[in-house]
Design a protein around this ligand. Structure first.
Ligand code: CA
Length: 224
């Protein structure tokens, strides 16, 4: 899952990026409203963290522009403490949720997870496909009841595949959702990561869940 942070305070932005990366998110940062808007319009993110007070264009404007351009990515707005006016305006401009500064990282993480949950996952933090399960909070992955140890990137890759279960994903799709913009990852590297994942998630079990769709990319599901 890839997150865009639009925040002009470098220290905060850096701390958020590091914290979220530790939770296996891919994170891009932009330091002003204009650069943030461009990234939001032209790259594909799963969630946007948007500060209100920003140089060049403020968070309200960025939010409004994104929605007017049919970008429906969940937006979590970071507002000044107790600025009800900001909160109301932000929600009216199409933000999905807000968090007053200063906030605790744990609360931020919980809000992010809530926004990323699709309706049918609303009561659980566990993604399931056949006998494979992945807990987005405890990071536990199990297949047929047996725990599977994954690296952070393998986990992020599997989470994205599981959230998109049954859909054919192009290599580019996967690269843009699992690796951040600065990462030098080539489609060949992705093949390597897929092979690591298969060795852990599929090979020891009888049935493959990760399928290659020739000429397109990959799909995770019970059937090929
Ligand atoms: Ca700011």
């Amino acid at each position: 899952m890839k997150i865009l942070i639009i925040e002009d305070e470098h220290k905060i932005a850096q701390a958020l990026k590091e914290g979220l990366e530790q939770e296996s998110f891919a994170v891009d940062v932009r330091f002003d409203g204009e650069a943030g808007l461009q990234a939001g319009l032209f790259d594909d993110y799963d969630l946007i963290l948007l500060d209100v007070m920003l140089p060049k264009r403020d968070g309200m404007e960025v939010c409004r522009e994104l929605r007017q351009n049919n970008i429906h990515t969940p937006i979590l707005m970071l507002t000044a403490r107790d600025q009800n006016r900001d909160i109301i305006q932000g929600l009216n401009q199409g933000a999905d949720d807000y968090l007053p500064k200063p906030f605790s990282f744990e609360v931020l993480l919980a809000r992010i997870r809530a926004l990323l949950r699709r309706p049918h996952e609303a009561i659980s933090t566990v993604l399931k496909v056949a006998d494979l399960s992945l807990d987005t909070v405890t990071k536990e992955v199990k297949r047929a009841g047996k725990p599977i140890k994954l690296s952070a990137k393998e986990f992020a890759l599997l989470e994205y595949l599981m959230r998109s279960q049954g859909k054919v994903l192009t290599k580019n799709n996967i690269l843009t959702h699992v690796w951040d913009f600065d990462a030098d990852v080539l489609p060949n590297n992705l093949e390597v990561f897929i092979s690591y994942l298969r060795a852990k998630v599929d090979k020891p079990f009888k049935k493959s869940l990760i399928h290659t769709v020739h000429g397109f990319g990959y799909k995770l599901g019970e059937s090929a």
